[in-house]
Design a protein around this ligand. Sequence first.
Ligand SMILES: [Zn+2]
Length: 213
Amino acid sequence: MTQDLIKGAAKFQHYHYESGDEALMADLVTEGQDPKYFIISCIDSRCNPGTIFRAKPGTFFAHKSMGAIVHPYQKATALAAALQFALQYNKVDTIIVLGHTQCGAIKALATDIDDAEISGFISVAKHALKKSQDCCSTHDEILDKTEQEVILESVDNLKSYPCVAAALAENRVSIKPWQFNMKTGDILEHNDTTNNFEIIKLNTPKEDCRTNA
Ligand SMILES: [Zn+2]
């Protein structure tokens, strides 16, 4: 039943415990972790940041929520505790809100899902939906726009967390509004000047990415 997972774990064990340059886990276990990034992403199985970014162990803290939605600050939530740990007791310098296209949570929001457990969480993003409905005409355009507006609202809500506000005031952290385009694999970032999400270009030759390492 779960052999696909165990096979993956065996590969991980081979590369990161036993395989020369990639054997990072021994150091991470003895010396501890020092991740630079904190990534907030959707629970969607197709946009797991560990898979998308092909990141090595120790690269980022991960937090998941439906639609990568961040609620305004409330004391002692899972996210508040995780951010406190990342910013006060570790040296994370970049928080990434990673939304994605074709997001089921945003579709549920736009179609007013009749499920109190889910709508109770995602309804915080209703303002983003309303904003999109005011400027777009078709259902698909509204969904696309809402997916991006929710990312921006989540970034704003993050600033209400005391540890994030303090880190921003001291210039210790930046927050990046990112979107994973599931159809193309591109990663986009919101550009404050153009007010659009734009593809983040790679600053090394793409050929460098064509090995499996
Ligand atoms: Zn999603």
